[in-house]
Write a protein of this length. Structure first.
Length: 154
């Protein structure tokens, strides 16, 4: 079973590019960005408070952050609606593609063939096929690692 878990882990890494190091460095970068944002905001407040009145400085910064929040919320809702529409379209395409397998004539023909062969024989064949597929997959995953001393092909 170790081969299956390794395959799933590598598949997730190839899609998302995540590893323990990437997560740690991402967290450090997020923390540094948050601290820089706080320091720049405090500096902007102090500059505005020195130039104008502290209340005006607070209102200006509050207005800017409120405007940024409104724009971000609008973009969030637009992106959400676009993702919902795209997902519904893909689901409809998948449903249409799979509808051919649920054709009553095809199902009836399959049931007749299964009755002719026998359900016990079909069950046995299915189990043997699944075991063979699992073994083939595991053996394929047991390849020796490439030699690091050889030059990569160009």
């Amino acid at each position: 079973m170790g081969g299956w878990f390794r395959y799933l882990a590598l598949n997730a890494q190839s899609r998302a590019g995540l590893s323990a190091n990437a997560v740690i460095w991402g967290a450090v970068a997020a923390l540094a960005a948050a601290l820089a944002f706080i320091l720049f905001t405090v500096a902007a407040f102090l500059w505005l408070a020195d130039r104008y009145h502290p209340v005006v400085a607070g209102l200006v910064l509050g207005g800017i952050f409120f405007l940024v929040a409104l724009i971000a919320a609008a973009l969030c809702f637009a992106t959400r609606a676009r993702n919902i529409a795209r997902a519904r379209t893909e689901l409809a395409e998948q449903k249409a593609a799979n509808a051919a397998w649920l054709d009553p004539k095809l199902v009836a023909a399959g049931l007749q063939m299964a009755d002719g062969i026998g359900w016990r024989r079909l069950g046995s064949l299915a189990v043997v096929a699944l075991i063979a597929a699992g073994l083939a997959y595991e053996w394929r995953g047991q390849k020796s690692p490439p030699n690091d001393k050889t030059e990569p092909e160009k």
